[in-house]
Design a protein around this ligand. Structure first.
Ligand code: KIV
Length: 264
């Protein structure tokens, strides 16, 4: 696969070509996803749950994500590597730059940060220093203790309106990508339609520009609770490569996620 960049993902959006992305934490799966042509891999702080057995992402450290980013980045030739900045590693622009440098030097090409308009100075400073940012809104798992659990966000009219405005402001600040998690499908569709940057959904219906899945949710091996938006592509195909190819095809043709895997 030729090298995927942010321009590739922007072109996919312009061409209305829906794309699937997936999390990766190690070299073996990163290599397999790359071989299958997955355009972008996220070294998610979900590693706290699926690799470390934690109950949330709050305990994940920058050292953890640096380590897994290196494992993934060394194994891919084409996929864009996005690395999550963990809990409290981007609370000021200075702290964010120091930690983002470590992720970029480990092989990431983009960093992802969770939150709202208070991230604007962080996004601006990262960009000024050569670090592209993927913003993450909706159900942002690092805020689980503030939300009081993993709850669907943006259900009321005012919350939905505020989320659209937040997305526009994060884009204006310089975010290159946006992840939107666990919101009603029509809200995610509106965000994707209003933004010029690619919007990648998870638990957000099938009208976003791209999808992201935690790899364990795609293979039916999630430790603990399996989310409603998961689909076991491995069970359907019996083979890792075929499972990933089916995932990519089902995202591209709009069949994944379907209505029962979405929130309204
Ligand atoms: O950490 C992660 O895997 C994520 C995805 C669920 C988007 O943030």
């Amino acid at each position: 696969m030729s090298k995927v960049t942010l321009s590739t993902l922007r072109r996919y959006k312009e061409e209305k070509k829906k794309f699937g992305t997936i999390t990766a934490y190690d070299a073996a799966f990163a290599h397999l996803f790359d071989e299958c042509g997955v355009p972008a891999l996220l070294v998610g702080d979900s590693l706290g749950m699926v690799m470390q057995g934690r109950e949330s992402t709050v305990g994940v450290t920058i050292d953890d994500v640096v380590y897994h980013t290196g494992c993934v980045a060394r194994a891919v030739t084409g996929a864009l590597v996005i690395a999550d900045m963990p809990f409290m590693t981007y609370d000021t622009p200075e702290v964010a730059c120091r930690n983002a440098a470590r992720l970029m030097q480990a092989g990431a090409s983009v960093v992802k940060i969770e939150g709202g308009v208070w991230l604007i100075p962080v996004i601006e400073r990262l960009l000024q220093n050569g670090v592209p940012v993927c913003a993450h809104i909706g159900l942002t798992p690092q805020f689980v203790n503030v939300f009081g659990g993993y709850k669907i966000q943006g259900r009321s009219e005012s919350q939905a309106q505020q989320m659209v405005e937040t997305a526009l402001k994060l884009q204006d600040a310089g975010a290159s990508l946006l992840v939107i998690e666990c919101v009603p499908a029509p809200l995610a569709e509106e965000v994707a339609n209003r933004l010029d940057i690619p919007v990648i959904g998870i638990g957000a219906g099938n009208k976003t520009d791209g999808q992201i899945l935690v790899m364990h949710d795609a293979f039916g091996i999630t430790p603990g609770h399996t989310p409603k938006f998961a689909r076991n592509f491995l069970k359907e195909t019996g083979d890792f490569h075929k499972a990933v190819e089916l995932y990519l095809a089902e995202v591209a043709n709009g069949n994944f996620p379907n209505e029962s895997q979405s929130f309204f």
